[in-house]
Design a protein around this ligand. Structure first.
Ligand code: XCC
Ligand code: SF4
Length: 672
């Protein structure tokens, strides 16, 4: 018929190309069958802007956006590209990069501030919901904030009252965000040489907020137009994140909710249960999720769930909320960043509770296709869609808020309309490797230091240490680069410390189990894992917990025998599938702390080769760390290993490793 137009089928993603995870593929196929669009489909429909991707589009004033594309064959001779005001490609890319650092540092640090505020209410006893749980950790961090843990009474030294210490720690901590004078107190926790480098460069952060504000000022039209000077401010702001906002977040969370110790759980969408009320918590701040965990274990709440026909309540986490409650309570990880929509597509998600960061606005559209209640909880993170509920969470009535949310999920259990389809895949995972618990594991009860780890690095059983962290990115196959990079590293005897969505990806792949060592590791690392009983990939928490990696590296320096600074260590950092501005801030504080740091995909610096070279070559001469980029996961891991070997050679311990491998080979020959 004439008026019957041919309807073009919308372009959708190929599930197998979209993710390496079978459960994810199945859920994506289900979403497509139900005509529900997800991020995977949008990623094949919409191309990224190639100029923005290279970091060379400036929209910092109304005369722009000024775009300064890099010619295909690069630039020979003078680079004459300029914006209207004359800003060069280097200035434009550096300013954009700096604004990413500012946003990332702001996100982590504002999270930290929120925790500090809750901490202070707990110390002031204004809330019943939050208490000082880990007194040892409180006593351990107090001196770093200049808080005394003992008092003199009649010439005698006595232990100071815990409540008093907590109060002063809370006040001193909160002061770090906006104090008028001085420098961040935690900087002195770094190796002395590193601290001196920062000082000599004039890169010591003064307070957390100020460095972020200063980036916004400096990158305003017509202010800082020297990419090196802008980069220095990136260092200051990112250090205020890593050694400031993030580290305070980690520490205060540990004091309030407990320092993680190894425990076991499961990971992937298969942790959801058809006959249970499923509550998915997603976002970052454990302030909320801790209360939901506590509430969902209460006998009267479980009774209520049963009265509605459910067998119980199943919690699951997405993104860093998953990491937080996994490392402290063994709550299963339902999935990474890219699986958030798919948790709803199971049809079994009775409530998804979100707070801040990494939450897709499209969750609202997906939730509308099911019975799922989508609940925002944070005053700074709402959604425009009418279907989204907002239950504002406040530490002064936290338990009441959590109860309201959990009861709402339970009430919703009977409203499931669509057929439930939970992909039956999950893996077992061991997590909870804080700096403190790793110390215990590696050193034993009596030693309790990193000496044993150093020893095994020196004798070559462990070739080096890698921090592999960060997000998923819909522009690349879900989890594939994460897993390939990590497997290549452990195969080469490099022990991996993981956080963020990489941690969840590794959990889903079964790499967080001690048993995986025998399957995937080289002989040296496999031997260590077997002897100590640890997985080859140690889960150290969420994005803010990258601060644990900084402190672990510092402990290794202190334990001796591997140089005097973080940059001397056979250590490398990686974010194979990065996406967020937070990742740029993390990358930059790792680099500024002396770590060789490599990202996958692309970096928003490629359009300004001189600025890119400054980050990836010259920065090494200042702090000993540098940026690098490699999209191919195997080459990416090999670059990390090459850096580790370079450091081993500089330390004069490369020979030891040759011997170890020969020993292993001859032993295997004997066995055969
Ligand atoms: Fe977000 Fe922290 Fe990235 Fe995952 S990893 S996508 S920031 S949840 Ni930090
Ligand atoms: Fe263009 Fe300069 Fe304005 Fe940026 S600041 S948009 S380069 S005129």
């Amino acid at each position: 018929m004439a008026d019957e137009k041919k309807v073009k089928k919308p372009k959708v993603a190929d599930p197998v190309k979209a993710s390496m995870d079978v459960g994810t593929q199945e859920m994506l196929a289900r979403a497509q069958a139900l005509d529900i669009e997800t991020i995977f489909d949008r990623s094949v429909k919409m191309k990224p802007c190639n100029i923005g991707l290279q970091g060379i589009c400036c929209k910092n004033c109304a005369m722009g956006p000024c775009r300064v594309p890099l010619p295909k064959g690069g630039i020979e001779g003078e680079d004459t590209r300029k914006g209207l005001c004359g800003a060069t490609a280097n200035t434009i890319a550096a300013r954009n990069f700096a604004r990413m650092v500012a946003a990332g540092a702001a996100a982590h640090s504002d999270h930290g501030r929120c925790v500090a505020e809750v901490f202070l209410s707990a110390a002031r006893k204004e809330t019943d919901a939050y208490k000082i749980k880990d007194v040892n950790k409180l006593l351990a961090i107090a001196p770093h904030l200049g808080v005394a843990t003992t008092v003199e009474v009649d010439g005698e030294t006595q232990d100071r009252n815990i409540d008093e210490i907590a109060l002063e720690v809370g006040e001193k901590a909160l002061n770090e965000w906006g104090k008028a004078e001085g420098e961040l107190l935690y900087l002195k926790r770094a190796p002395e040489l590193l601290y001196e480098k920062w000082k000599a460069q004039g890169a010591l952060p003064r307070n957390i907020d100020r460095e972020i504000v200063e980036i916004m000022h400096r990158t305003h039209m017509g202010v800082d137009q020297d990419y090196k000077n802008i980069t220095k401010q990136c260092t200051r702001a990112s250090l205020a994140d890593g050694w400031g906002g993030s580290m305070l977040a980690t520490d205060l969370q540990d004091v309030l909710f407990g320092t993680p110790y190894p425990l076991q759980a499961e990971a992937n969408l298969g942790v959801m249960k058809e006959d249970h009320v499923n509550i998915i918590v997603h976002g970052h701040e454990p302030v909320l999720s801790e209360m939901i965990v506590a509430m969902s274990q209460k006998p009267e709440i479980l009774e209520y769930a049963k009265s509605k026909g459910a067998k119980g309540i199943q919690l699951g986490g997405i993104c860093c909320t998953a990491n937080e409650i996994f490392q402290r309570h063994g709550v299963p990880q339902a999935g990474t960043f890219l699986q958030q929509e798919l948790a709803i597509v199971t049809g079994a998600c009775d409530a998804m509770v979100v707070d801040i960061q990494c939450v897709f606005q499209n969750l609202a559209n997906v939730a509308e296709c099911f019975h799922t209640k989508l609940i925002t909880t944070h005053p700074i993170a709402k959604m425009e869609q009418d279907s989204v509920l907002h239950i504002e969470f406040d530490e002064h009535h936290a338990l009441e808020d959590a109860e309201k949310i959990v009861r709402m999920a339970i009430d919703n259990f009977q409203n499931r309309e669509q057929e439930v389809m939970i992909p039956p895949y999950k893996a077992s995972a061991v997590g909870g490797f804080s700096v403190e618990s790793t110390q215990y594991h590696l050193g034993g009860t009596f030693r309790g230091t990193y000496y044993t780890l150093n020893d095994n690095i020196i004798n070559g059983r462990i070739r080096g240490v890698a921090g592999v962290v960060g997000c998923n990115n819909a522009r690349t196959r879900h989890n594939e680069a994460h897993i390939k990079v990590v497997k290549e590293l452990i195969k080469n005897d490099v022990i991996v410390l993981t956080t963020g969505c990489n941690g969840i990806a590794c959990a889903m792949e079964g790499l967080l189990t001690p048993e995986s060592a025998a399957v995937y590791c080289g002989p040296g690392l496999s031997e260590i894992c077997e002897t100590v009983g640890i997985p080859p990939v140690l889960h150290m928490g969420s994005c803010v917990d990258n601060s644990r990696l900084l402190l672990a590296a510092t402990e290794v320096v202190k334990a001796g025998g591997l140089g005097n600074d973080i940059c001397d260590l056979p250590l490398a950092g990686s974010a194979p599938e990065w996406l967020s501005e937070q990742a740029i801030s993390i990358g930059h504080y790792f680099v500024s702390s002396g770590v060789y740091t490599i990202f996958g995909l692309h970096l928003p610096t490629s359009g300004a080769p001189v600025f890119h070279d400054y980050l990836s070559k010259e920065m090494e001469n200042i702090y000993g760390g540098k940026w690098d980029l490699e999209a191919d996961p195997i080459k990416h891991a090999q670059l990390m290993i090459a850096h580790i070997d370079k450091k081993r050679a500089a330390l004069g311990i490369d020979k030891a490793r040759d011997r170890v491998l020969m020993d292993m080979a001859s032993r295997q020959a004997l066995d055969a």
